[in-house]
Design a protein around this ligand. Structure first.
Ligand code: S3P
Length: 439
């Protein structure tokens, strides 16, 4: 089996222009499958992300006895089994590279009447799970991690009790895990957030008719109610759109229109930060799909300047920070990122993966425990980059290559398919040529 993919990318000589629609939002796709499965009735989903991560969630629910038809043309039809209708899966649930699947499922499985084991690939197996295991135990969960709080996780379903939990880190995955566990808990589950994080769980629970209260940074729900099936239309993922927002911002005379992108206020840190750097970004045709704001995004080239990235924007741009660092490398002056230690526990240590790649192509940088400084330059070279199997690092250096003096070879790009399966094809459509070598 060919399991290593390299990208070879050369500098672009022409501006990039056109209209594109990037695939469906990953976070919303996971949640649509989860809540559709737990609801009473039939849920039809449009715009589902057919990437390995959301497919891992889908497979897990099929293995727990849910009938799911599709995906076909990004459509799914789910016959919900109700909150108590899941069946004991025959085997361990394998969740690949997907941290969201693992952390959200940990909450869900803690409240079932059966035992399960959840595992992941090499990257996921090195990611911290105590952030969910510790509060879940406070709710009464019987949950056991492997060494140092790493996966695999063994869960014996148990009766749960609502808790009040002050989150020590800003994490939508932890918040969502506890809210989902809260559906199975006796009484109220109350989560107090440290920083604002994506609120797709809260919005989608409301779509499925579940009562959930949000007051400033406190989110609460009472366990034991049913979810009512509903139809879900998923917007394009702003995290995938971000690669093209930056590409068009750094390549002279470029102009792109990104269609029907989710612009939930808890996800638009990338737009806020790019605008602060001077980017020309406009939101057009704003609308709302299933409680999620959506717009077409028009981006035009302008010269960017280095900035101190506002700390409050970090959780709102958490997945877009690697590509924002590429914007910083092409900006005039220094960009400073701090308050981003969460980057160290993503699919790779993204501070190190990005720093190593930049050093290789001659972009000066300085690493800090919780961030990095990038010194913008007009001229950086080509080189051989290791993505460390991290999809967002691989795509970020693909975009960086469009401005490098020589070609950039990016190694270990197979995981691009976890979040953006047609990245190469869409890029090619707007004049970004990616040569793919399968080994
Ligand atoms: C996600 C939350 C974020 C993000 C991840 C998806 C989600 O993680 O990095 O890609 O769908 O809830 P954290 O909440 O752990 O920061």
């Amino acid at each position: 089996m060919k399991n290593n993919v390299k990208y070879i990318v050369k500098k672009v000589i022409k501006p990039i222009k056109g209209r594109i629609k990037v695939p469906g939002d990953k976070s919303i796709s996971h949640r649509a499958v989860m809540f559709g499965s737990l609801s009473n009735g039939i849920t039809n989903i449009k715009g589902f992300l057919e990437g390995y991560d959301s497919l891992a969630t889908l497979k897990a629910f099929k293995e727990m006895g849910v009938s799911i038809f599709g995906p076909k043309n990004k459509k799914l039809c789910i016959k919900g089994v109700g909150i108590y209708g899941l069946k004991n899966p025959k085997n361990k649930l394998k969740l690949g590279n997907s941290g969201t699947s693992m952390r959200l499922l940990a909450g869900l499985l803690s409240g079932q009447k059966f035992k399960t084991q959840i595992t992941g690939d090499k990257s996921l197996s090195s990611r911290p799970m105590n952030r969910v295991a510790i509060p879940l135990r406070l709710m009464g969960a019987k949950i056991k991690t492997y060494k140092n709080g790493r996966p695999p996780i063994k869960i014996i379903g148990n009766r749960l009790q609502g808790i009040k939990y002050i989150m020590p880190i800003a994490s939508a995955q932890v918040k969502s895990c506890l809210l989902i566990a809260g559906i199975y808990a006796k009484g109220e589950t109350k989560i107090i957030e440290k920083g604002c994080t994506r609120d797709h769980t809260e919005r989608m629970l409301k779509n499925f008719g579940y009562k959930i209260k949000t007051k400033k940074s406190t989110i609460s729900l009472i366990g034991g109610y049913n979810l009512q099936a509903t139809n879900i239309k998923i917007p394009s993922d702003i995290s995938s759109a971000a690669f093209f927002l930056v590409a068009a911002s750094i390549i002279p005379n470029s102009e792109l229109l990104l269609e029907k992108v989710g612009i939930n206020p808890t996800r638009i840190g990338v737009i806020n930060i790019l605008r602060k750097m001077g980017a020309d970004i406009k939101l057009l045709n704003e609308t709302n799909w299933c409680n999620e704001p959506v717009a077409d995004i028009r981006v035009k080239y302008t010269s960017l300047k280095g900035i101190d990235i506002p700390k409050d924007q970090v959780p709102l741009a958490i997945d877009e920070l690697p590509i924002l660092l590429v914007a910083a490398a092409n900006a005039e002056g220094i960009t400073r990122l701090r308050g981003a230690s969460e980057l160290r526990v993503k699919e790779s240590d993204r501070i190190i993966s990005m720093a190593k790649g930049f050093t290789c192509i001659g972009v000066k940088n300085k690493v800090y425990e919780d961030g990095i400084d990038i010194i913008g330059t007009k001229n950086y070279k080509g080189g051989y980059i290791n993505s460390y199997g991290d999809h967002r690092v691989a795509m970020s250096f693909t975009i960086a290559a469009l401005k490098a003096s020589d070609e950039i070879i990016i190694d270990d790009c197979i995981n691009v398919s976890t979040s953006f399966p047609n990245f190469k094809e869409l890029s090619n459509n707007i004049g970004i040529k990616i040569k793919e070598v399968k080994i």
